[in-house]
Ligand binder design. Sequence first.
Ligand SMILES: [Zn+2]
Length: 337
Amino acid sequence: MSISRREWIRTISVSVPAALWERQRPEAAGSDKSFANKRPFSFAAIADIQYCDSAPANNRYYRDSLDRLKRCIEHLNSLRPDFVLLLGDLIDAEFASLERVLTVLRDLTMPFYPVLGNHDVQIEQSRRQQAWRMLGYDRRGRGKGYYDFAHKGWRFVALNGTDVSLLAHRPGTLEYQRAMQWLAQLKGRKAVNAYEWNSGIGPEQVQWLKAALDRATNAGEKAIVFCHYPVFPVSSHVLWNHVEVAGVLEASPATVLYLAGHKHDGDYGVRNGVHYLTLRGMVETPQTAYSVFQVSPDQIRVVGFGREASRELPLAAAGKSAAKTRFNNHPNPSETI
Ligand SMILES: [Zn+2]
């Protein structure tokens, strides 16, 4: 299906009673009154395009992904969200794949913000710096692959989940050794996520995340954090230090939503006032998947396309259900195009 621009604007312009915006976690002084008056807006997100010029395998339609992305971009250009988040694994392999994906992405009429996935960092060593520049990581976030930006009273925080990784660093380097040790520890205690295609966020980035969320709190902003790797619900795909990262997110009164990819069949849970949504991979199955988020002060409405489910993420309810945990990974396909 496709939503007309007029219907779209009507959907996101519903006004929100300020009283609905309540939180159980500590609030930044005086922040919420002004926050409740923030204007609604929308953004889109795409996970795991994972394009490569290869035949389908294991229910992944690598070659088809490029056409799916083209159709998705045409649709998003008609809906005109403010920007698009790319949740990692733009490609399955090879620099040439990245060039083709970026050529298609340039047709977007709004900005896009990427994060790194395990496949993105596996391109030829000689091309990695060039790829880094093409994705804009040299300009954003001091060249570390993580960064944040403000938008209409909200803070968007992009994490580099390939920070401590066997795939992002060359064997023999200190970084590679560090990742080897970490993975060995996880394997030693039979951790559910002890795989080399996962990775962790190092101490420097964890400190930076805390500081970014503190800045958001002090500015009266709510934060949406995005990363390639989920942290909750716990699965074989979560970050190596998912407990630590989720702890930082949930300790901040600013965090309302954590968005991830990597687990192609998606996932969802809510805990301590934070919604954790893992989006389904565009490459997986014969059907596409992407979503648009309609953001207002009291809720975030997810409009799913293809295999992605539509859902409402009530921000006030999330705050009230601090002690509860809810899981929901229902497979019902919603609107399709
Ligand atoms: Zn991945």
